[in-house]
Write a new protein. Structure first.
Length: 154
């Protein structure tokens, strides 16, 4: 594999699939009640983090690269009062990851450097950058999910 655009696509796809696998590793053993419980007096619970990552991917990659038409309500990702079943929240997350991986695999070599713009992302100037930023953002929240899951399983 000596083609940089192919390597970028394969590595990004693998990374997002790892994010999904790690998320499931920590969330699958939990109950619906647990994902909506924050064991700390600060921060978010796992349910809201999953809503946030799902919304982030659906907007920055779905709406802005894949033209999905997704309309984001970012404040609601953190304030949602409806405690959806864990399986439903994870299904939406999985669907977002599938969309990202599919979008990555559809990128032609020249697409990685296409101009990019989106609300709240003034520094992501091309597609490569937004895939990179979203990957880092997603795994940052996986780290928070791991911390919360460990606390909830004590």
């Amino acid at each position: 594999m000596s083609n940089l655009p192919e390597t970028v696509a394969q590595d990004f796809a693998a990374y997002y699939l790892m994010v999904r696998a790690e998320t499931h590793r920590w969330v699958d053993p939990l109950t619906t009640e647990q994902i909506w419980t924050n064991p700390h007096s600060y921060g978010n619970d796992i349910g809201h983090l999953l809503l946030h990552v799902t919304g982030n991917l659906n907007y920055y990659i779905g709406a802005r690269v894949a033209d999905s038409g997704y309309l984001r309500d970012r404040p609601r990702e953190f304030a949602e009062t409806q405690r959806k079943p864990k399986d439903e929240v994870l299904a939406a997350f999985d669907k977002a990851i599938d969309m990202v991986v599919d979008t990555i695999r559809k990128q032609r070599p020249e697409d990685w450097m296409k101009p990019y713009s989106a609300a709240l992302e003034p520094d992501a100037l091309e597609r490569f950058n937004i895939f990179l930023r979203c990957a880092g953002h997603a795994y940052h929240h996986v780290g928070q999910i791991i911390n919360l899951a460990r606390e909830l399983q004590k």
